[in-house]
Design a protein around this ligand. Structure first.
Ligand code: ADP
Ligand code: MG
Length: 328
């Protein structure tokens, strides 16, 4: 059997089964956005790692090294945001071809530094190796959260309102524009090249006891909501007519004849947060969120019993025509 026969998510499950570890009960291992390890009586450490590989996650010619440095840290900070934590330290590992320009690496580090500085994150180590070809970037971030406030993928309950904290599809549309060499669209390209980790939003949502499950939108709603469903043993219903789609995204869809709702749920890398909220608490939380962040918390569906993911369009069940990105 090949890895591609299993697929990315079954492969991770397979690793977890092979390891067959008995973790201490206070430790959360494989399966959430971050691992959780107790720190002291009140706090826990959050640990996460993500890699970016040339020609898998990025095409060197399509993105500035500065943007790539910024994005490499942002995607890791996003996993800390997904648990409601605050990032503290990071480790940076690089695999590079011998002829890579120092100007390129300097710009990469400058981008990384800008975000690290803005979020008070210190880069405290890493590893450097030669690569036989592609550039290989790996970041590990350590953060902290009050143990009682951590939000997990496994806490969704039937009846919960499913929400997300921002527009979906912008990053995917930006990527399509870059890959298909279409006329530049600065807003969509920025969404793809310089995503913002929702750290403030994550910490704020972690304070709300009515917020049940939370994760970040890295692979797209279609894939990510299924991670919550698996972890929480439930189903979900997503209303395609309620997806938050930006004006600039809709204009691009119209211009290039893309299906906006399909692209909105399938495409990834928007790095907003996907949350499920107790229906009793939803109205208060959504009003306070809007007060705090000057934009809505977008309701897109609900958690249901069972194990199905159902899409609705005009209140009628709808089958997606496309599927999202998976590594294998
Ligand atoms: P995210 O998209 O939030 O970074 P992933 O889908 O990459 O999360 O990973 C899901 C879970 O699987 C995480 O808990 C992650 O730590 C774990 N994981 C992924 N790959 C591996 C691996 N090779 N070995 C052990 N755990 C892994
Ligand atoms: Mg994540």
């Amino acid at each position: 059997m090949k890895i591609s026969d299993l697929g990315e998510f079954n492969f991770i499950r397979h690793i977890s089964e092979c390891l067959n570890q008995k973790l201490p009960k206070e430790v959360t291992g494989i399966g959430d956005d971050c691992a959780v390890v107790p720190l002291d009586k009140e706090n826990a450490l959050l640990l996460t790692t993500d890699q970016l590989i040339e020609n898998v996650h990025f095409v060197k010619e399509l993105l500035k090294p500065y943007e790539l440095g910024y994005k490499s840290l942002a995607v890791n900070l996003s996993d800390i945001a997904a648990m409601g934590g605050k990032p503290l330290y990071a480790l940076l590992s690089l695999g590079m071809p011998v002829n890579l320009d120092i100007e390129w690496t300097d710009q990469f580090i400058n981008g990384l530094k800008e975000l690290a500085h803005a979020e008070n994150v210190f880069i405290i180590g890493g590893d450097t190796t030669r690569s036989p070809g592609p550039i290989f970037i790996s970041l590990t971030v350590i953060g902290k959260c009050a143990a009682s406030k951590i939000k997990r993928r496994s806490s969704a309950k039937p009846g919960d309102v499913v929400c997300c904290t921002g527009f979906v599809g912008d990053s995917g549309a930006g990527l399509k524009i870059l890959l298909e060499n279409l006329p530049a669209n600065p807003k969509l390209i920025e969404a793809h090249c310089s995503p913002r980790a929702q750290l403030k939003e994550g910490m704020w949502l972690a304070e709300q006891s009515g917020v049940h499950a939370m994760m970040d939108l890295s692979d797209g709603i279609n894939s990510d909501v299924q991670r919550i469903m698996e972890a929480s043993h439930c189903g979900a219903q997503i209303d395609l007519d309620r997806l938050p789609l930006s004006k600039v995204f809709l204009e691009a869809c119209e211009k290039y004849d893309w299906m906006p709702q399909e692209l909105g749920v399938i495409s990834g890398e928007d790095y907003h947060l996907l949350v499920t909220i107790d229906p009793e608490a939803y109205s208060n939380i959504s009003k306070s969120f809007e007060n705090e962040f000057k934009r809505p918390l977008y309701e897109i569906g609900k958690i249901i019993k069972g194990s199905e993911l159902v899409y609705l369009k005009g209140d009628v069940p709808y089958e997606l025509r496309t599927t999202g990105f998976e590594h294998f």
